[in-house]
Design a protein around this ligand. Sequence first.
Ligand code: AMP
Length: 247
Amino acid sequence: MLVGYSSSSEEDGEPGSEARSRNSRRSVEEDEGSRDLPAKKKARTEELDPKTRLPLPGCLLSMFPDDDDETLTEDSSLHGGRIRSFKHERGNWATYVYLPYHPEEEFEELLEELLSTLGAHGPILTQQEEFHLSLSQTVVLRHHWIQPFTQSLQSGLSQCRRFACSAATLKVYCNAERTRTFLGMEVSTGHAQLLDLVRVIDKTMTEFQLDTFYKEPSFHVSLAWCVGDQTEKMKELLQELQVLRCC
Ligand code: AMP
């Protein structure tokens, strides 16, 4: 079980820390002179003078992307036309809980067949770069929530037992914003156990006042996607695809 985080940046970036470092010696000397100030006034002086703040180490400064990277990620043409479900903001981490699926070679072959059939008769689908089974909505975490959030999930899920899961039926899904359509394989075996997992995960979501999963989830592994709401067109083609899958 994994928790996926994406899109990050630090709230407390410290630009100009090098200059502060150069000035730090001077500011300490200046502070010496302010020793006799009344306590309240002295505290206020320190608060206003950024030179008295210690510089952040370089490794921390380079840990998060800067504003330029943020501008780039807003360009949907760089992401196959995908549109963000929510605005990217500094300090927000898009997060979802999922089971990773690592397919065998045969699966990839079947998928190629499916996509070429669809491409010939309907919308061009882009194959998923990785395969997963979602167990939560995508929610937004503040950076400092990540550790307690993960901990809450770990303690809730530590008692869960291993179980088998299989997917057999092709199904069309659309996101809530109707901006992307997915071709997925719906889970047939393991639904009850997956529901148990969602119950535990939803408890953590509620604890953090975040959205819980679908009341009646259709557990699936998305295989491919296209931009926009192509549900009707894809459903029409599903019949044909289903036959191909059975061959
Ligand atoms: P995923 O591959 O898990 O990211 O799911 C693809 C899309 O299916 C997501 O945007 C979900 O919002 C959407 N979806 C629509 N209906 C359901 C449902 N009943 N259960 C799970 N996912 C759904």
